[in-house]
Design a binder for this molecule. Structure first.
Ligand SMILES: Cc1cc2nc3c(=O)[nH]c(=O)nc-3n(C[C@H](O)[C@H](O)[C@H](O)COP(=O)(O)OP(=O)(O)OC[C@H]3O[C@@H](n4cnc5c(N)ncnc54)[C@H](O)[C@@H]3O)c2cc1C
Length: 385
């Protein structure tokens, strides 16, 4: 298979690093629902997680396409970047909207791995996709905000020092637009954990280290408010295109892993005295997934090109996420079907990757909500919600 290579040295380096974390490593983490600490430490040590942090703050100052290449290769190698990918996109909000003091205080330590910014608290149990309906509040008294409420699906909270949190600072009935009155905070969870912050893990169908978190008058210094009070929704939105672009790269990496695994198994496995891959019924779903993956890859490159040229490409980032998640899922389905019964056996890794792949039809944004975005913002149809 030929792919136009982009950042080939980075891709080679990541692929080499991933060789130390074979299927057996991920199987064990999955069985125990354990955080892949050694894998994240290796990525951190090699500098990959600081790729997007500017040199002035100790990072590598690489462009978004390098971040995408890193995450894609992790997934293509059969590993899973979900344990640490948030650092790449949450950090963007701090970079764009944080104060110089916040950047100097946190980014160098994030870059050298001594501080982890892996958690992102937006979703709540009652508001779901309707973010502006969130109920978590932050009340200011002097130089401190006090946060009360709950978040759900706050992934990696147990394995992060910092949490980027969206909370309401002005009640919804006191703002002109419901998108106003929300604020972003950089919460240092080390100070408040097990006091005014409680973290409870949620077991899921895949190993994702996700949690629900509860705040009970949790103090946050006003110095940790990101940007201006009340403008947080805009700050969170501005980071979402980067998140969608990076997640698309992971989906494409997974699609490549499934396609390579399926086509090689189809060539080896003999039934009725011939390779199963000789049957068009086996070939076609794999070839179809390959076509979808290549189309998604082109859209991702277009999104990256526009992003790196200084635009904020909402249409292309959403299209890339939609197409890449669909290609990934088509490839997952073809791969499992090609493996027949062995697709269900843990040692082949297919069932694990299959479970992991399903998430991207729902998170970080569901397929329906991307289609709504395209209908409303690209095709000028009326807003549906
Ligand atoms: C494993 C995992 C990890 C996650 N990690 C994080 C994290 O770290 N931080 C964080 O903040 N969030 C996280 N999330 C939350 C994730 O972003 C949401 O689950 C996702 O955005 C969907 O929201 P919801 O679950 O509330 O679904 P809901 O909003 O309840 O929607 C349920 C279904 O209805 C559909 N739907 C809802 N409204 C409409 C509409 N108007 N038109 C058409 N269809 C509609 C949706 O597409 C969806 O399929 C995570 C979720 C999971 C499962």
């Amino acid at each position: 298979m030929k792919y136009e290579l982009n950042h080939p040295e980075i891709r080679d380096g990541v692929a080499k690093l991933c060789k130390d974390f074979p299927g057996s490593y991920w199987q064990q983490c999955d069985r125990e629902q354990a955080y892949p600490t050694a894998f994240v430490a290796a990525l951190t040590e090699a500098g990959y997680l600081s790729a997007l942090i500017p040199e002035d703050y100790g990072g590598l100052s690489l462009p978004m396409s390098a971040g995408a290449a890193i995450l894609e290769e992790v997934h293509r190698a059969g590993c899973n970047a979900a344990a640490c990918h948030a650092q790449m996109y949450t950090m963007g909000t701090v970079l764009r909207h944080g104060s110089e003091d916040q950047k100097r205080r946190y980014l160098p330590q994030i870059a050298d791995g001594s501080l982890r910014l892996q958690a992102f608290g937006v979703t709540e149990p009652t508001s779901g996709t309707d973010t502006t309906a969130l109920r978590c509040t932050a009340r200011r008294e002097g130089d401190t905000y006090y946060v009360t409420g709950q978040k759900i699906w706050t992934s990696r909270a147990e394995h992060s020092d910092l949490l980027l949190l969206l909370a309401r600072t002005t009640p919804r009935d006191q703002v002109k637009k419901k998108t106003e009155g929300l604020s972003v905070f950089l919460v240092d969870m080390r100070d408040v954990r097990d006091k005014s912050l409680t973290i409870r893990p949620i077991r899921t169908m895949m190993n994702h280290a996700t949690t629900e978190i509860f705040f009970d008058e949790m103090p946050v210094p006003a110095a940790n408010l990101v940007g201006e009070e009340g403008k947080g929704f805009r700050y969170i939105l501005s980071g979402m295109n980067a998140e969608r672009i990076l997640i698309s790269a992971e989906c494409i990496g997974d699609a490549k892993w499934f396609i390579e695994k399926a086509s090689s198994y189809a060539g080896e496995r003999k039934v009725f005295d011939r390779p199963i891959g000789q049957n068009q019924g086996v070939q076609f779903p794999i070839a179809q997934a390959y076509a979808q993956m290549r189309a998604a890859e082109l859209m991702l490159r277009e999104a990256l090109r526009l992003y790196e040229a200084g635009n904020n490409p909402g249409e292309e980032a959403n299209l890339a996420k939609l197409l890449a998640a669909d290609a990934q899922w088509a490839a997952a389905e073809a791969c499992l079907q090609t493996h027949g019964g062995f697709g269900f056996a843990e040692e082949f890794d297919v069932e694990r990757k299959f479970r992991e792949a399903r998430l991207y039809q729902v998170a970080p944004i569901s397929t329906n909500l991307i289609l709504s975005y395209l209908a409303e913002h690209v095709l000028d149809m009326p807003r549906s919600y």
